[in-house]
Design a binder for this molecule. Structure first.
Ligand SMILES: NC(=O)c1ccc[n+]([C@@H]2O[C@H](COP(=O)([O-])OP(=O)(O)OC[C@H]3O[C@@H](n4cnc5c(N)ncnc54)[C@H](O)[C@@H]3O)[C@@H](O)[C@H]2O)c1
Length: 481
């Protein structure tokens, strides 16, 4: 049976001069008894154990932060069931609501919880987070994290996770659908039929087999698309600022210009960066083949829309598909108009063979389900093991797991201000024990230290915890055993 691990909990009556509120940030509420968890069935099986070098041993010791029924989780905005199930299986107390909450109700609820899961509508501002005295981690069950004050969260030892890549396949499949739709002018034919017009034409309609697809940005989406496009008989070339091995027979070209000159279809899959704003403007469109197609499902700022509209109107381009826009409506409804967004919206609506979709590239049931799994697993990894892999606002730190033949080992997690001299002081405190492995990293003003130390008696853990808490640089201390 695995020997379970526990978190050092809130220590009331702390006497180092900090207010009780800041102390209450430590997760747990069941110190004192120091009894080990008796719930091996809720043991967490990490995917990350065994990373960093050595192969995973079958006798991996499963850390548990504390009696899992003490972990309170609030999920808002109808987080996917896959995510809810993973958190419930841990034995956590999960409250799942279908909607977001108004700020006053959110403040009321967030006071109590250790973990909160949200989607895009819940605003976790500094004003809300300052009431979240027990909160250690936020899961954004979506792509974006703008709704969270990431800096405030980091400075207060609250780690934030999201799921940026769970929908890559969905975007790639949409691109495939749109490539064929553009090549066959399906959008226009369908619109005509809806208006009662029968217009059987073949001029300007093409098969995609044998055509060249130019992928700009060969990351998660671009590389998925590459595989699918080749399966349809397309020749794939790609341009990326990084040298990347192509999948299948896809070939990297050295410049964007080379790609634009060769491709029949150009798809954009780059991140929004200063250098990708208006990456495709009049000059780049001029470099494209006459009669080529442009598809953008990356970010709206990547394409200069007026330049695109004029290339479509002049016949330089034979069609375009856009899923993202320079500014996008905040809600569903009749909002995609020039009066709401800018003159470009009506211009786009007025040109033939242009597919306009409301930022749905990643919006599939499968993607939502995958997001649920990815974010929930990140939350469990963080709560149970302290690992911050793929965190949005903290340095990424992980250690290989403890094993069953290491019974007197504990894992120390110390989130602290990134100021000189902290490591020396921490290591003085840890120095009475053997530090088996340690990793530390910083991100801006916040640093994250994780150390597995051995020869620790359960009775020593409280002192260890308290000494770390007493350091002036401390943001949050957790000890898992
Ligand atoms: N429409 C949607 O619903 C939807 C869904 C998911 C992702 N996206 C967007 O799609 C884009 C790509 O997503 P991803 O997950 O593949 O990202 P990613 O980070 O995996 O890949 C991006 C690639 O672009 C490359 N790159 C960066 N700057 C470049 C430049 N100037 N020129 C060429 N290549 C450059 C990077 O090296 C990387 O390989 C992002 O903007 C993302 O926000 C949109």
């Amino acid at each position: 049976m695995p020997s379970a691990a526990r978190d050092i909990p809130i220590v009331n009556g702390h006497s180092n001069g900090r207010d009780e509120a800041s102390l209450a940030r430590t997760v747990s509420n069941s110190f004192g008894t120091l009894d080990l968890s008796t719930s091996p069935s809720a043991t967490f099986h990490t995917q990350h154990s065994g990373s960093y070098g050595s192969a995973q041993k079958p006798s991996t010791k499963q850390l548990k932060p504390f009696a899992t029924q003490d972990v309170k989780v609030l999920l808002l905005e109808n987080v996917n069931k896959t995510g809810q199930d993973i958190l419930r299986k841990q034995g956590y107390q999960v409250e799942a609501l279908k909607t977001s909450l108004p700020e006053d109700q959110l403040i009321d609820k967030i006071r109590d919880v250790h973990v909160i899961g949200i989607r895009s509508k819940t605003q976790l501002s500094a004003n809300v987070l300052k009431h979240a005295k027990n909160l250690i981690v936020i899961g954004c069950f979506c792509i974006g994290t703008n709704q969270v004050d990431l800096q405030y969260a980091a400075q207060n030892g609250i780690c934030v996770f999201n799921s940026p890549f769970s929908n890559s396949r969905s975007v790639a499949e949409l691109m495939i659908g749109e490539i064929i739709t553009l090549a066959r002018q399906l959008g226009d034919r369908s619109n005509e039929m809806h208006q009662g017009v029968w217009n059987k034409v073949s001029a300007g309609c093409w098969e995609v087999r044998g055509k060249t697809l130019g992928i700009v940005g060969y990351g998660h989406v671009g590389s998925q698309l590459s595989v699918l496009a080749e399966a349809m008989g397309m020749k794939v070339i790609y341009y990326d600022v990084v040298n990347l091995m192509g999948l299948g027979t896809a070939t990297q070209v050295h410049t964007l210009e080379q790609l634009l000159q060769q491709a029949d279809f150009v798809t954009l899959h780059v991140p929004e960066l200063p250098e990708t704003i208006n990456l495709i403007s009049a000059k780049e469109i001029e470099q494209m083949k006459r009669g080529a197609y442009l598809l953008n499902a990356s970010r709206g700022s990547v394409v200069d829309i007026p330049a695109l509209v004029s290339a479509l109107q002049s016949g330089k381009l034979a069609g375009a598909a856009l899923d993202v826009y320079p500014n996008e409506p905040g809600s569903n409804g009749p909002t995609f108009t020039s009066s709401k967004l800018g003159s470009w919206a009506d211009d786009l609506r007025g040109v033939n063979n242009v597919l306009l979709t409301p930022h749905i590239g990643g919006s599939t049931e499968e993607a939502q389900s995958a997001i649920g799994v990815e974010v929930a697993e990140s939350l469990v990894n963080y709560v149970n093991l302290g690992t911050t892999s793929a965190a949005v606002n903290m340095p990424e730190v992980t250690l290989r797991s403890l094993t069953m033949d290491e019974p007197n080992h504990v894992r120390v997690i110390y989130i602290h201000r990134n100021v000189p001299g902290v490591l020396r002081k921490v290591n003085e405190i840890l120095g009475d024990h053997n530090v088996d492995k340690q990793m530390t990293d910083s991100r801006g003003e916040v640093a994250y230290l994780m150390a597995d130390i051995s020869n620790v008696n359960v009775s020593e853990i409280k002192d260890l915890y308290q000494h770390l808490e007493d350091l002036g640089s401390r943001i949050r201390t957790r000890v898992l055993y």
